[in-house]
Design a protein around this ligand. Sequence first.
Ligand code: SAM
Length: 322
Amino acid sequence: MLSDTFGRQFHYLRLSLTEACNFRCQYCLPDGYKGPSDDQFLTPAEIRTLLTGFSQLGTSKVRLTGGEPTLRRDFVDILSLTANTPGIERVAMTTHGGRLAKFAHDWKDAGLDQINVSIDSLDPRQFAAITGQDKLKEILLGLDKSIEAGLDVKVNTVLLNDFTDSRLSRFLDWLKHMPVTLRFIELMQTGENTTFFNQQHYRATPIKEQLLNAGWQPVIRRKDAGPAQEFYHPDYAGKVGLIMPYSKDFCSSCNRLRIAANGNLHLCLFSEKGISVRHWLKEGDVEGLKEHLVSCLGSKHATHYLHDGNTGATKHLAMLGG
Ligand code: SAM
């Protein structure tokens, strides 16, 4: 099992398939994606070597992310090669959900277990203002299709300063009947969103208090649980999760490593720079890759330095998938 000098074990890999995204979320890519074309990103053969190496070192869960992973033409091939890698027991994906209504069943058949869909508002006009895409209706239809297909569904909502009580109650009313986990994520500062961050950063602490006052109860944490704090309520079909990267101890439960679309290993979402593993991927050298990964883990830090406004080399989360 891959572990670091602080005793943390890493059974969970987040693999970014592309930096490209066709949404323009205000906090991520407000002017749209302007980077390199797909051909610089990892090939299926490189991904096979990567996943074999990681799974032999104990990785059992992989999340496909981006950018928008479903923009890759070979997305389904990559999905099934991930699901068919010996040792990988769970395959998740983070998506804007724009193609879910059409493909949820196909992706489930190809081996997908879980999806996290980003929905920042249940108000269509507000959704369009935040994401640059007027697609809330079809994304909600995609959620229904995903539940019908048997996927485990989570929804990601980034907390912004204008996250009023009325927005919160609309989300909570929705959860009465929607069997999904809604995760409120505190906005994180990145290299390119400092002004937006300073205007919009909103702490999740008041939401936690509101939930507890309304009878929501903390879900008992499994030993290998990640940094999200989860809550359930007997009158609701759905659950709520809070992701509070600025809270004390957030990093102590870190259980994940990240590979960027260009094949760089990131030991933290906000590390200084990625460590290239592409040489071993190009060569198809699983043993060399494993040796290199084990030696890299020694330099993982105890925590990020976001509290000091130090975002490392992360310009925006489309680089790494959050
Ligand atoms: N395209 C996919 C999507 O829309 O979900 C996957 C990539 S996106 C970068 C992954 C997640 O990161 C989304 O839920 C998004 O809302 C979140 N995210 C992006 N930038 C963020 C930031 N600065 N702070 C907090 N969450 C952010």
